[in-house]
Design a protein around this ligand. Structure first.
Ligand code: SAH
Length: 213
């Protein structure tokens, strides 16, 4: 598992391009600069790791586009020590970025094979999310709620009620909503029964599917 000067150089260029595309949070840009994205992809795609594109990973899933990871993470306004729930662990790349930001990360994946391989892989890289769960993200993690932030990294046909319920008052949830494409949506919970909604244009994700498999 190498991280060569060449790969580090390409990663710096990727970070510069994210800046040009409007990502402003410096601690986020530095976190992205520290995560060796090429290691999260199958070896045949390593050369593409530092292009700003989504890529296929195992089990017919994708590793999100770096800009999308940066955009969703910036919307959450992550602070060190934030307790964050991620739906859709996938390759673990987004999980790693959140760990780099000092967040306490809980993440759910519904594909058992991916869940197992990513868990092992993150350990190998030295990332320590607080809890990785094999299960159905529509249900969230009621035993560990409430969360400061929630990030959904698959396209949700609707906003799951349990996730709204598991958000702290003052908390922020970022979720792409819709069939295809999705509209990036931020909910800020301002009171027990009050959520402010903001939308941020179209994105494309693999679908959030019901039940685990
Ligand atoms: N955050 C990931 C993105 C992976 S793509 C990354 O950085 O690589 C979305 C992931 O969501 C896929 O791995 C898919 O299996 C998972 N997923 C889809 N529906 C889900 C559900 N209901 N619960 C948990 N994970 C789900």
């Amino acid at each position: 598992m190498k991280d060569t000067f060449k790969q580090q150089g390409k990663r710096r260029q990727l970070v510069d391009s994210l800046k040009q595309k409007g990502i402003k949070d410096n601690s986020l840009l530095e976190a992205i600069n520290r995560v060796p994205r090429h290691l999260f992809m199958e070896s045949s795609f390593e050369d593409f790791a530092y292009q700003d594109k989504a890529f296929p990973i195992a089990e017919g899933q994708t590793i999100s586009q770096p800009f999308t990871v940066a955009f969703q993470t910036e919307l959450m306004q992550v602070k060190k020590g934030d307790k964050i729930l991620e739906i859709g662990t996938g390759s673990g790349y987004q999980t790693a970025v959140l760990c780099e930001l000092g967040a306490i990360v809980y993440s759910i994946e519904r594909q058992q094979k991916l869940f197992k391989s990513t868990k092992r892989f993150l350990e190998k890289l030295g990332y320590r999310p607080k809890h990785l769960s094999f299960g159905d993200g529509y249900k969230g993690l009621p035993d560990y709620a409430p969360f400061d932030k929630i990030i959904v990294t698959a396209g949700a046909p609707f906003v799951p009620k349990p996730l709204m319920a598991q958000l702290k008052i003052g908390g922020r949830m970022v979720i792409p909503v819709g069939e295809d494409p999705q509209i990036m949506t931020l909910f800020v919970r301002t009171a027990k029964d009050k959520f402010d909604k903001h939308t941020f244009g179209e994105f494309r994700f693999v679908p959030l599917l019901e039940d685990k498999n």
